[in-house]
Design a protein around this ligand. Structure first.
Ligand SMILES: NC(=O)c1ccc[n+]([C@@H]2O[C@H](COP(=O)([O-])OP(=O)(O)OC[C@H]3O[C@@H](n4cnc5c(N)ncnc54)[C@H](O)[C@@H]3O)[C@@H](O)[C@H]2O)c1
Length: 279
């Protein structure tokens, strides 16, 4: 069944807002939406990187506007909302991609409260702020799609990053509840939960730290790190008409780590073990 009055991924140029859309997963998301014919409004704290992504999109005949700034800054969120309203009327798709585990001390008992505040701003607060700023336009337009970027760490324990994990569980909880609230407004709300992406935040070389790449076989069922494009494809799918009946869910994009949870490929290559020292 076709809903004529709902913005369609196939019928016209959509306005797609991507926070942290310059590098890593967000960069791939920006490039992918633009390649699909959408106009990307990219917000990023790294202005030179954002300009490079905009130039690459333009080179490929895509459309992209850059709004430089820290998405945790209210003034930047206000500038984003004003630009979207004045140049595009409303956003059809919002991807809340910014998130970072790095401002953290390894041991919660020794972590200072300022650190929890910054993790809150970087992982959850801006998701509320940007969504709140763009939602009235989406509701008035009669529909749209929001895709949040959570993490697998929202669904399993991660020692040393309890606060990051808690805020991302918040992203997934927000996703679920908002999806219910916005169903009647024909706005779908979903999330992805990445793991082991090869990005500027978590470069594969740093994660391997000189280890044999063959070991990846024992770390995760897919046997490789995720390319940013692996995540972008799922985000664009969730924002497309092909996902018209999916809302309120967080889709793990993790090469199977959550499914395996605690199971490791044996070093011998013969089967799996939940005893990491077993050959
Ligand atoms: N890399 C992984 O393996 C992994 C795993 C789980 C979840 N995630 C989540 O995926 C998302 C993207 O991760 P990534 O690895 O691509 O990150 P990244 O650090 O490689 O890229 C993040 C992008 O956001 C921009 N950015 C950072 N802080 C910003 C701010 N305050 N305001 C505006 N822009 C800002 C950066 O300049 C960069 O362009 C994050 O939410 C992260 O938590 C990543």
């Amino acid at each position: 069944m076709v809903h004529d009055d709902v913005p369609s991924s196939a019928s016209r140029v959509r306005t797609v807002v991507v926070t942290g859309g310059a590098l890593g997963i967000g960069g791939a998301i920006s490039r992918r939406f633009a390649a699909d014919g959408d106009h990307v409004v990219l917000v990023d704290i790294d202005e030179p990187a954002a300009e490079r992504t905009r130039a690459a999109i333009a080179e490929a005949c895509g459309q992209c506007t850059v709004i430089p700034g820290d998405i945790t800054d209210d003034a930047v969120v206000a500038r984003l909302a004003e630009t979207v309203a004045s140049d595009h009327g409303h956003a059809d798709v919002l991807v809340n991609n910014v998130g970072d585990f790095r401002p953290a001390k390894a041991f919660f008992a020794k972590s200072p409260p300022e650190q929890w505040r910054r993790l809150h701003e970087l992982n959850l607060w801006h998701v509320f702020a940007v969504t709140h700023a763009l939602l009235p336009g989406m509701i008035a337009a009669g529909g749209g799609s929001i895709v949040n970027v959570s993490t697998v760490e929202a669904f399993r324990g991660i020692p040393g990053h309890a606060v990051y994990s808690a805020y991302n569980a918040g992203v997934s909880a927000f996703t679920r509840s908002l999806a219910v609230e916005l169903g009647p407004s024909r706005i779908r709300v979903n999330a992805i939960a990445p793991d082991l992406a090869d990005t500027e935040q978590t470069p594969a070389a740093l994660m391997l730290a000189g280890r044999d790449p063959e070991l990846l076989r024992s770390w995760l069922p897919a046997g490789r790190f995720g390319d940013p494009e692996d995540f972008a494809g799922v985000v664009t799918f969730l924002a497309s008409d092909d996902a018209a009946f999916i809302t309120g869910h967080t889709i793990p994009v993790d090469g199977g780590t959550l499914a395996a949870s605690g199971w490791y490929g044996k070093a011998s290559g013969r089967g799996w073990t939940n005893m990491p020292d077993q050959a």
